[in-house]
Design a protein. Structure first.
Lengths: 184, 513
């Protein structure tokens, strides 16, 4: 629990300073890169959270990986985190930062699962529909999951918009089991 | 052979499923982070309400008890082995509730309102939340109607009124459940035509069994059936093998069902058997939810746990129908220690307590009520006048007897007055003994106590007191039924009634041997 509080505090201050300086876009882009690197490399996250590796070494590792790819402000922030011994929380700080940025810009992630690949037209329509419904800018991610059977399942935060055939079949099954329908 | 056409089948299917629509389902979800010991921590469910029901896979339901910064703590009403990490949890958007209605009478149900007596589904129309706020001051009125338990010692000296909360407290094996069950059985009278004529409203009973053996519950149900008490009684069973969360919510379910009757202008009696087990169940949940332990490892809010439950007992004002909910909580003490945490809490919440003691029980005084320390703080206003009149001297006589009891062993060395007090007291104690499942109607109680306190027993051997009482009451019933009717109707002892009672009693004593 304390972890999330700490990450929120760091993420918030980075967001604040970046928007004050007017370079939010660059920092956000850098952070996305950092996030995807940590996500993709288990080795990196393990090294960062290891208490055996010295802070200096960690700083130089981060320096070497990101130096030419990210701006100075972001690099300074990363170093600052290592200096404060919070590098084990780096991943959650970055995640929180991206979430907060989305919130600030009125962006929302919509994860859509469908049984078959949706056509471009369908995707566009779906996106527009959600934009209208949520009154926010939608960033849609489409994935394919054969378990859905038909239709789609869209997840926005904790809310699920379930228009899948699987769910319909399950409701039908429940209704039969409840004894509401009988063939006699 | 008859044939069934396929189009016929599909038509029936269509008809039966006509309510079925294929629309987009919108629901909130979370993910199980951790599960075990009947507790699940769930990530997500950001909009969930406190004490909301949530749906886990495999038809397991849970209730939200902790709202933390980034997770939600749930207790499970089913087996935790059916749930694994990463499972999806759905919101139901309703707080834990149960079906209520008169259809519940005569049934044995779980705290969530599902039948467990094998008598089929219960078709109720109404749902009420299990946790409800107790009524305020405006909606209430003072307790003023009696709730007869049929136990002489209680109805005379520790009277219970409708809407009261009277604690039954004692060690194990002292007859706590027996007192409560007798009280339920005695309500049978209130459902008769005769009671209706006399303006006595029927009392519906709810017996909540918390953390007891299933066999004990079955026994109670069988006894209630045997005495015809099941017709107006619902048994809510959260037995020892049931998940702890069910044991924790069981009393609240009982109160909800009782409130249904109360709010419809009816009267209800709820027995919570017993609240010490519920406190233990709540302690288990709280510790598993990592709430800090306090005294005796109970969490900080056990007092509130019981006070909010017992505060729901009430007598409504006449504008709201004048219904009532009487609560008889039971607490089991360990080795007579009433100064433990839970007993002191519940004693301070209730409007009085009935102490049962194991040494009295073993000495053959049954019900083993210690009338010296048992009190009823409001019931006196609800006593019928006749009983109030005779009970006054009974209380006094017994108090004097208790004071001198220690000297009883000096026997004939004592002066006349002391001996007289002792012999009278011993006879009164004998008179108040009563068998189980044998409640005595109020008018008979009045007569036997009147005779006891007015010296009619003085010349009868202690061993004959019970026989005398039985026979004299039979004599009244068979030969002089009128007098019983008068007491029942007038509810007081006028001088003429007293004269009549004395005359009949003298008549009887002349032939008694």
């Amino acid at each position: 629990m304390t972890e999330s509080k700490v990450s929120a505090r760091y993420a918030n201050s980075l967001l604040g300073s970046a928007s004050d300086k007017g370079n939010l876009e660059t920092v956000a882009k850098d952070m996305e890169l950092v996030y995807s690197s940590i996500k993709s490399s288990g080795e990196l996250s393990r090294t960062l959270s290891s208490p055996i590796v010295k802070a200096q070494v960690k700083t130089s590792i981060l320096d070497e990986i990101f130096k030419k790819k990210i701006s100075k402000e972001t690099m300074d922030f990363l170093k600052f985190i290592v200096e404060k011994n919070r590098e084990n929380l780096l991943e959650s700080i970055v995640k929180k930062f991206l979430d907060l940025r989305d919130q600030k810009l009125g962006l929302v992630n919509v994860n859509v699962k469908s049984a078959v690949e949706l056509g471009e037209d369908q995707k566009k329509k779906l996106k527009e529909k959600f934009e209208k419904l949520l009154n926010k800018i939608v960033r849609a991610n489409f994935t394919i999951d054969p378990d859905v059977v038909g239709g789609f399942v869209a997840k926005v935060g904790d809310t699920v918009y379930d228009a899948s055939l699987k769910n319909q079949l399950e409701i039908l099954k429940k209704r039969f089991l409840k004894g509401g329908a009988s063939l006699n | 052979m008859a044939e069934v056409r396929p189009d016929e089948i599909s038509a029936i299917l269509r008809k039966q499923l006509s309510g079925y629509e294929s629309e987009t389902d919108i629901y909130d979800v979370g993910t199980v982070l951790q599960v075990g010991d009947g507790i699940a921590r769930v990530y997500g469910l950001s909009q969930v309400m406190m004490s909301e029901l949530v749906e886990f896979p495999n038809d397991v339901y849970g209730m939200v008890l902790n709202l933390d910064e980034d997770s939600v703590g749930c207790v499970l009403f089913g087996e935790s082995t059916k749930i694994k990490e990463g499972d999806t949890v759905k919101r139901t958007k309703r707080v834990a509730s149960m079906p209520v209605g008169e259809e519940m009478l005569g049934r044995v149900i779980t705290p969530l309102g599902l039948p467990v007596d094998g008598k089929g589904a219960i078709n109720t129309e109404k749902f009420l939340p299990i946790e409800r706020k107790a009524l305020g001051v405006i909606q209430r009125q003072p307790v003023k109607e009696p709730l007869q338990t049929g136990i002489g010692a209680i109805d005379a000296m520790i009277p219970i009124g409708r809407g009261q909360r009277e604690l039954i407290i004692g060690d194990r094996q002292t007859g706590k459940t027996a007192v409560a069950v007798d009280a339920i059985i005695n309500q049978k009278y209130t459902h008769t035509e005769e009671a209706k004529e006399l303006g006595i409203k029927p009392v519906y009973c709810i017996y909540v069994a918390i953390g007891q053996k299933s066999s004990t519950v079955a026994q109670v149900v069988a006894k209630l059936h045997e005495h015809g008490a099941m017709d107006y009684t619902t048994v809510i069973a959260a037995t020892a093998n049931e998940p702890t969360p069910l044991q924790f919510i069981a009393p609240y379910s009982g109160a909800t069902l009782g409130e249904f009757f109360r709010d419809n202008g009816k009267h209800s009696l709820v027995v919570y058997d017993d609240l010490s087990k519920q406190a233990v169940a709540y302690r288990e949940l709280s510790l598993l939810l990592r709430r800090p332990p306090g005294r005796e490892a109970y969490p900080g809010d056990v007092f509130y746990l019981h006070s909010r439950l017992l505060e729901r007992a009430s007598k409504l004002n006449d504008d709201l129908g004048g219904g009532s909910l009487t609560a008889l909580p039971i607490i089991e003490t360990q080795q007579g220690d009433v100064s433990a945490y839970i007993p002191t809490n519940v004693i301070s919440i209730t409007d009085g307590q009935i102490y049962l003691e194991s040494n009295l029980f073993n000495a053959g005084v049954r019900p083993a009520i210690n009338v010296g320390i048992s009190v009823s703080r409001v019931g006196g206003n609800a006593q019928i006048k006749a009983m109030k009149k005779v009970a006054g001297s009974l209380k006094l006589d017994l108090a004097q007897y208790r004071e001198l009891e220690a000297f009883a062993k000096f026997g004939s060395d004592l002066d006349k007055a002391t001996q007289k007090t002792l012999s009278k007291g011993a006879r009164l104690v004998e008179l108040l003994k009563q068998g189980q499942y044998a409640p005595v109607p109020i008018e008979k109680q009045v007569i036997s106590i009147y005779l006891g306190t007015n010296g009619y027993l003085d010349n009868i051997a202690i061993s004959d007191v019970k026989r005398f009482e039985k026979e004299v009451l039979e004599f009244f019933e068979v030969k002089n039924n009128k007098i019983l009717g008068i007491i029942k109707k007038e509810r007081q002892l006028s001088d003429s009634t007293i004269a009549e009672i004395r005359k009949i009693a003298d008549e009887f004593i002349a032939v008694f041997k």
